[in-house]
Write a new protein. Structure first.
Length: 91
């Protein structure tokens, strides 16, 4: 269900042609992965960020109603989709 919902929202809010153009610009080219010059491993920032996310989730689990949060997110997405539909003719 979550995947279908994500695709539904993305179909209205994302520019598929621009995303494909960005991907096509690098496909077939030689890419190199290098270590960061600061000496930190590549995932260090991600790990630090995830610790913060986990702390937020733990705190929210104590104070938030999951069904209410899901409903609010659903309404927010519907508003975003509607705003994109009505504003696409503004340009």
């Amino acid at each position: 269900e979550w995947t279908k919902r994500t695709l539904d929202v993305a179909s209205v809010t994302e520019d598929a042609a621009a995303i494909n153009q960005m991907h096509d610009a690098v496909l077939g080219k030689t890419l190199f992965a290098v270590d960061a010059p600061d000496g930190e491993h590549d995932l260090e920032d991600v790990e630090e960020h995830m610790r913060g996310v986990e702390q937020i989730i733990a705190e929210a689990s104590l104070f938030e109603n999951p069904e209410e949060v899901k409903e609010q997110q659903h309404l927010r997405e519907e508003c975003l989709k509607e705003a994109n539909k009505t504003s696409e003719h503004d340009m």
